[in-house]
Design a protein around this ligand. Structure first.
Ligand SMILES: [Zn+2]
Length: 643
């Protein structure tokens, strides 16, 4: 290897075989104005030996390789990293170990190789030093570009992950560079190394020979020990934004002289999900499929399986119309095409997410990266559906996917059950709708403050999913009684207890659990205490009333039976509410739709802190009683509002 210093022929690149049909537009100049293959070097390379030739007569290189960035300027989407590295070179302070992290195909090893060239470039005149702008034509640059520089070694840590590999590496580092200025060790997928290998590497990383630089790359930074990380300068390579990918692909199609529809390239950029390499590999396939013609959106839709997404839109339309038969027919189509039932649900889930986003970000409807089915029909769906309906659909799909994934379950049957359930529930109102209906009913009901809406209005039942516990569907929500700021009123025993709430926790507990209210009239309270009540409870109540009403009340202990304690009253009321909720038609519908669902709680916003409804007018002897100079009490103290 070391003998290949000047002007030796570049070995022909083996045709990349990634199962791609051979297409090829002819080889053009490099994307970034560099000759490709390099010809500007002096002396010029002798003619290359015959290269493997593709059908059209020119050797074909996959786009990802052909347009691999050769300079920092070529790295798209990594501006921050490039700026930092440029500064480091400008100041001559290049760290001896870099950690490059980011998703696959985002340019980690490419960046490492550019750094290797920047460190070793000697410039066109052979006299240059390390530079952020490697010339690309000197012997060092060309050798590194061709993967044949003796001092630049790229190792896959996945297959060189043992301690012996690291020992061997350390052994090699004892010698000075054979040709270049620096030995550059590129360790890819470094998180795959064993703990022992990490430890062996640690010493070298700590005190490397002055002419050695480490470039570590990983997709999983969290698996790399901190001891290693602390010795490296870490760079996070970003996913490349879609618009930058789109621009990149447009430039490449221009250079390759392949006409391509903007919509087609936008879809490729979206599918690439931030990875230049993945995007170019898709583009390769699309160009191959075009067979010398242009890259069309239609072809890309087919190639990427986006037709399935169109089916997902149809399926969603059927589900949201409550048409279970149509939904099952579409699912049958997907099955016939070999689509997994789980994938159908996951496509629906993704579509639900997209529709929700469309409602929040209207600009998405014009996003050229979306296939037409989603852009046009999706937008119509988004207009029709409310966020609560979409949220409910999301929940049901999530739970459904768990069911489909369960061991031993008939996946297809399980998926169909999910579709039937969603279609069935599509007709049910959402909590918000119900509130509106109840409110409207309340308005048209005969006047009267104490008349609750019919059908157990004011109920809020929550049906929780059984085993999965995923779906919780609120079917009804109470309409809170309008609350106005009122003067403090102590008209009932509950009002007295409420005075202690949040202020005197011990006293409050006694008032709730240990007292049977007997009678409350203005200025006088009669109670029967349970044996566990403190002896001075009457005095404590007197003090409480004096403090908060400004009036001295009489607190009398009575032998009369009185009412149950507030705690017992609350419990009884809760049981009544559950029984009532169980008979509510909406709740019954939900219990049927979600097998295994249970009523977990019934909430009524009009209830007070003790789970009790506001006292009725009849049992409210103290309505007129409110000391004129009483201190105002905040509404959050659970004092029942008065009209
Ligand atoms: Zn150079």
């Amino acid at each position: 290897m070391a003998s290949d210093i000047f002007g030796n022929p570049l070995p022909p690149e083996a045709p990349e075989d990634e199962g791609l049909p051979p297409p090829p537009p002819q080889e053009g100049p490099g994307l970034f104005g560099e000759p490709d293959p390099p010809t500007a070097a002096a002396p010029p390379p002798p003619p290359a030996p015959p290269a493997p030739v593709a059908a059209s007569g020119t050797p074909y290189r996959v786009l990802a390789r052909k347009y691999r960035p050769q300079n920092f300027a070529d790295l798209i989407g990594q501006e921050a990293l490039v700026r930092t590295l440029r500064n480091a070179f400008a100041q001559g302070r290049v760290h001896h170990a870099f950690m490059l992290t980011g998703v696959r195909g985002v340019g980690k090893t490419t960046t490492a190789r550019i750094i290797a060239r920047a460190l070793n470039c000697i410039g066109t005149d052979g006299k240059g030093g390390p530079t952020p702008d490697p010339c690309g034509v000197c012997a060092e640059c060309r050798a590194i570009l061709a993967d044949r520089h003796p001092d630049v070694q790229e190792l896959d840590a996945a297959s060189n992950n043992g301690i012996d590999d690291v020992r061997e590496l350390r052994e090699r580092l004892r010698f000075r560079p054979a040709q270049g200025r620096f030995k550059v060790i590129i360790l890819d997928e470094v998180h795959m190394m064993s703990t022992a290998a990490f430890n062996a590497l640690l010493k070298t990383l700590e005190e490397p020979p002055p002419d050695v630089k480490f470039m570590l790359a990983t997709t999983e930074l969290r698996k790399v020990p901190t001891t290693i990380l602390s010795r490296c300068q870490t760079f996070h390579l970003r996913r490349v934004p879609q618009d930058q990918l789109l621009g990149h692909f447009q430039r490449i199609c221009g250079l390759e002289e392949v006409p391509a529809e903007a919509e087609a390239l936008a879809m490729v950029a979206r599918a690439a999900d931030g990875s230049v390499r993945d995007g170019l590999s898709i583009l390769d396939q699309a160009i191959a499929m075009a067979g010398g013609g242009g890259v069309t959106a239609e072809a890309v839709v087919d190639m990427l399986g986006l037709a399935e997404r169109g089916l997902a839109v149809s399926l969603m339309e059927a589900l949201m119309a409550g048409d279970a038969a149509a939904a099952l027919a579409l699912s049958e189509q997907a099955h016939a095409r070999g689509t997994d039932p789980g994938v159908v649900l996951s496509d629906l889930l993704e579509l639900t997410h997209l529709l929700s986003r469309m409602k929040s970000v209207p600009a998405l409807r014009k996003d050229p990266a979306l296939p037409e089915a989603e852009r046009v029909r999706g937008a119509q769906l988004a207009d029709r559906l409310s966020i609560p309906v979409l949220a409910r659909c999301w929940q049901m799909l999530l739970k459904g996917m768990q069911e489909v994934a369960q061991d031993g379950v008939d996946r297809r049957a399980a998926a169909e059950m999910v579709l039937i359930r969603i279609a069935h529930v599509a007709e049910l109102p959402t909590p918000g709708d119900l509130v509106r209906r109840l409110t409207e009913q309340g308005v048209s009901a005969p006047a009267g403050p104490a008349a609750p809406p019919p059908g157990g209005g004011g109920l809020r039942a929550i049906a929780g999913g059984g085993a999965g516990g995923g779906a919780a569907v609120a079917v009804a929500q109470a309409v809170a009684a309008p609350v106005e700021a009122v003067a403090p009123v102590v008209a009932s025993y509950r009002d007295i207890a409420a005075l202690a709430h949040g202020r005197k926790p011990m006293l409050h507990a006694h008032l709730v659990h240990s007292v049977h209210p007997v009678k409350v009239t203005p200025g006088r309270v009669e109670i029967r205490t349970k044996p566990d009540a403190p002896r001075d409870l009457a005095q404590q109540i007197t003090a409480l009333l004096l403090e908060f009403t400004g009036t001295r009340w009489t607190v009398a202990l009575s032998n009369a039976e009185g009412e149950p304690t507030l705690a017992d009253q609350g419990r009884a009321a809760e049981q009544d509410r559950r029984a009532l909720a169980r008979t509510h038609p909406l709740v019954q519908a939900v219990l049927e739709a979600f097998p295994g669902a249970t009523i977990e709680a019934v909430r009524d916003a009009s209830l007070d802190n003790y789970g009790l409804p506001p006292p009725s007018i009849d049992s409210d002897p103290g309505r007129d009683f409110a000391p004129p100079d009483a201190e105002p009490v905040g509404l959050d103290d659970d004092i029942s509002p008065e009209d």
